[in-house]
Write a protein that binds this ligand. Structure first.
Ligand SMILES: [Zn+2]
Length: 282
């Protein structure tokens, strides 16, 4: 099962660069970035899940409307890309509620899927999943099912969909997948590592994955984006490596593999056979 998802955020909507959220000063590149993706998907009638920032729904609602009109599945990617584990439970609830409402107002319908920025629901803030259930979300895609720089959730146990049981009910989890190399868990199906590694390797790792969860951003395909000089070292390298060829690589990826969105994936998973996981948190 290969799932196609995008995180809809502009090149400057990244909270690890700066904690300054005065974003109106930056050049808006998201319209072209999203159009490029939508045109490609239209060509082969592929539908995907688009996790959108509430901030974008507030400032540029037409982008979200356009994605929705083409029949894609819309999800929520927080209000302004703050990592979930930086919030208290109450702050997380307010942020998510605000973003959800802005996106729903833009498209005129309820949304049911969530992805936290940077896989930031970890073993240390699993309460966030309970809040998502309370807010009416059916699907979560925030978990990194192994050890990760931010903590991840190694107890998850498998790399594939699961039903997570929490005090407020349950939620269907579609985590990210990874490839293990030299003891490191590399996420290759999106972002920096998709751009960094040669396509034949991405293809081979993808063929060896029974479950593939991609995550692309419009900026992954934009070689002309301005560069944040304040980024340093590997972080900077990872942000800007391989931008020139990434869109043709992405095109090839869509040619070589069949992709579906999360709602479609939900109908294909045999949930009776999937182990559910009791999630405990403090
Ligand atoms: Zn993001």
């Amino acid at each position: 099962m290969n799932i196609l998802t995008f995180d809809i955020e502009d090149w400057y909507n990244v909270d690890f660069v700066t904690q300054d959220f005065n974003w109106d000063k930056y050049e808006v590149r998201i319209y072209n970035g999203v159009d490029r993706i939508l045109e490609r998907l239209e060509r082969d009638k592929i539908t995907a899940t688009f996790f959108c920032l509430g901030w974008l729904a507030e400032k540029h609602p037409n982008i979200i409307k356009r994605i929705d009109k083409l029949g894609h599945h819309i999800g929520c990617h927080s209000y302004q890309h703050q990592l979930a584990f930086r919030f208290t439970p109450e702050e997380f609830r307010l942020d998510t509620e605000k973003a959800k409402k802005l996106i729903e107002d833009a498209i005129g319908k309820e949304i049911n899927a969530f992805r936290a920025p940077g896989f930031s629901i970890t073993k240390n803030n699993l309460w966030a999943l309970d809040i998502l259930i309370q807010l009416g979300f059916k699907y979560d895609c925030s978990l990194f099912p192994a050890k990760h720089d931010y903590g991840g959730y190694p107890d998850y146990g498998t790399v594939g969909p699961s039903i997570l049981k929490l005090p407020s009910g349950f939620i269907k989890e579609f985590p990210i997948n990874f490839h293990q190399i030299l003891g490191k868990n590399l996420v290759f199906s999106g972002g920096g590592f998709f751009r960094l590694f040669p396509y034949w390797l991405i293809k081979r790792w993808s063929e060896n994955s029974k479950y593939l969860m991609t995550y692309f951003h419009p900026r992954d395909f934009d070689p002309d984006q301005p560069i944040f000089e304040s980024q340093k070292g590997f972080r900077k390298f990872k942000s800007y490596v391989g931008l020139k060829n990434s869109f043709s690589k992405f095109n090839q990826y869509l040619d070589d593999f069949e992709f579906i969105d999360i709602e479609k994936a939900d109908t294909l998973v045999n949930w009776d056979k999937i182990k559910s996981l009791e999630v405990n948190f403090e």
